[in-house]
Design a protein around this ligand. Sequence first.
Ligand code: SF4
Length: 127
Amino acid sequence: MAPRETVICIGCPLGCRVTVLRDRKGNVAGFKGAECKQGQKYVLEELKNPVRTLTATVRTGDESCPLLPVRTSRPVPKALMKPIMRETARVKAAPPVKAGDVILKNVLKTKADLVATADWPGAGGEG
Ligand code: SF4
């Protein structure tokens, strides 16, 4: 018997625990626990190509605000999270930065940009 696969659907706050049912050949035969069809679609995507929005920080070189928070503009393949983190570690932001500004375009050809999630300098003039 194949190991049970359970995925928590993030489609809505209900957070259904969806168990994947497989036939003897290992093909997906159905789902248990999803309250709606969206959950089944989410789990199929999660099995095929899991993606996540990456949040991180980039260096600024400014002592008063050494790190600037960033995130990817769209979810990126889970398998690329570490390589993208390595790219992020090489980046140095240059002021002024507004929340939403692109810090690194098309990171590792994922079509996702690394965007700032805060202003720098901040509203008070400090980092
Ligand atoms: S399966 Fe449907 S109801 Fe359940 S968490 Fe996902 S979207 Fe919400």
